[in-house]
Design a protein around this ligand. Structure first.
Ligand code: SF4
Length: 322
């Protein structure tokens, strides 16, 4: 039970795209969750499950089709221009690909200083300089890096620059859209550890998107698992790894590498049959029914609701209907 205030409240969020011939691609379909102050929530799922669209809709980067997203009690999608400007100082994003999200010919200093300038956070040039250097130091870069162009840096260093840019406006909430998936495995842990450290130091609230469960394990307090636009399981992180309930989560977890060779050998890998169906024409009933090894008659007829089956542990699966 988290007693801290709710920072982000998402209720019945839907994001549909026109797919022609009066059909809709239901990228996000009736998703609800909350994130408390200082909490990190991970969302995982395969490509095309709607996790990034969900995150972007949550911070108002793309319009919703229906439902509600409230940040600190204010609807993100009906904010005035002034409210949106204030919101952009509180909510920042770390992008998936640091090669695409930073201009390679821009100086690191200017990238990090931009938010400080837009939000008038420094009283003069000297204070701006001090703030930029502090931010670079915070993410493990130094003053010598400030005047170099982005193209001179490796992927991991570029992601550090992206993090410094996001932190420059002193945000309260970070939306991290698969921030390590474009990086070498050797660098991924460094960036995760940096984000964990910054989250603690600054009491940040975070929404962290990842395509597999190994990436979110250490950073998330709670994890939501998405499949074909639906949230199928939502649980405290430790509980999800110990006792995954949804057959899809069980399959995802069975594919997470284990360091201990003996445990790894003994673990049974669950192979999912078939491909993820099209979100334009999802299966009736449970959207996972065509790939589930525990599918029952009811599964293709009735859609399972996301229900709390243990304190704080929600699952959308007919196996847990009492
Ligand atoms: Fe499998 Fe049925 Fe549960 Fe869907 S509702 S995950 S098909 S058991």
């Amino acid at each position: 039970m988290n007693n801290r205030p709710v920072e982000l409240e998402v209720t019945n969020l839907c994001k549909y795209y026109d797919a022609g011939k009066k059909r809709k691609l239901k990228a996000v379909d009736d998703v609800s969750f909350v994130i408390h102050k200082g909490e990190t929530m991970g969302i995982v799922g395969e490509s095309g499950c709607g996790k990034t669209t969900c995150g972007k809709t949550c911070i108002g980067m793309i319009p919703r089709t229906s439902g509600e997203v409230k940040y600190q009690g204010k609807d993100v999608h009906t904010m005035s221009k002034k409210e949106r400007f204030d919101f952009s100082g509180k909510v920042q994003m770390i992008f998936q690909d640091p090669y695409a999200s930073l201009d390679p010919h821009q100086k690191v200093y200017d990238i990090v200083a931009e938010g400080i300038r837009i939000h008038h956070l420094a009283k003069d040039k000297a204070e701006e300089e001090r703030m930029v250097l502090e931010l670079l130091d915070m993410v493990g870069l130094n003053a010598e890096h400030a005047m170099r162009n982005v193209h001179e840096f490796s992927g991991g260093q570029r992601q550090r620059i992206g993090i410094a840019r996001a932190l420059s406006v002193n945000p309260e909430f970070l939306f991290c859209d698969e921030p390590i998936s474009a990086l070498d495995v050797s660098i991924q842990a460094q960036i995760i550890n940096l984000l964990i450290k910054l989250q603690k130091e600054r009491d940040l609230t975070m929404l962290f998107i990842a395509h597999d469960l190994s990436m979110v394990k250490h950073i998330s307090d709670r994890i939501g698992v998405m499949y074909l636009g639906n949230m199928v399981e939502l649980s405290p992180s430790s509980e999800l790894y110990k006792k995954p309930l949804h057959p899809y989560t069980q399959a995802l977890l069975s594919a997470v590498p284990i360091a201990d060779p003996k445990t790894s050998r003994e673990r049974k890998k669950i192979m999912l049959s078939g491909d993820v169906p099209s979100p334009v024409n999802p299966p009736a009933g449970c959207r996972f029914s065509g790939r589930c090894n525990k599918c029952m008659d009811i599964c293709s007829k009735e859609k399972p609701e996301l229900r709390e089956v243990e304190p704080g542990h929600f699952v959308a699966c007919h196996l847990y209907n009492k």
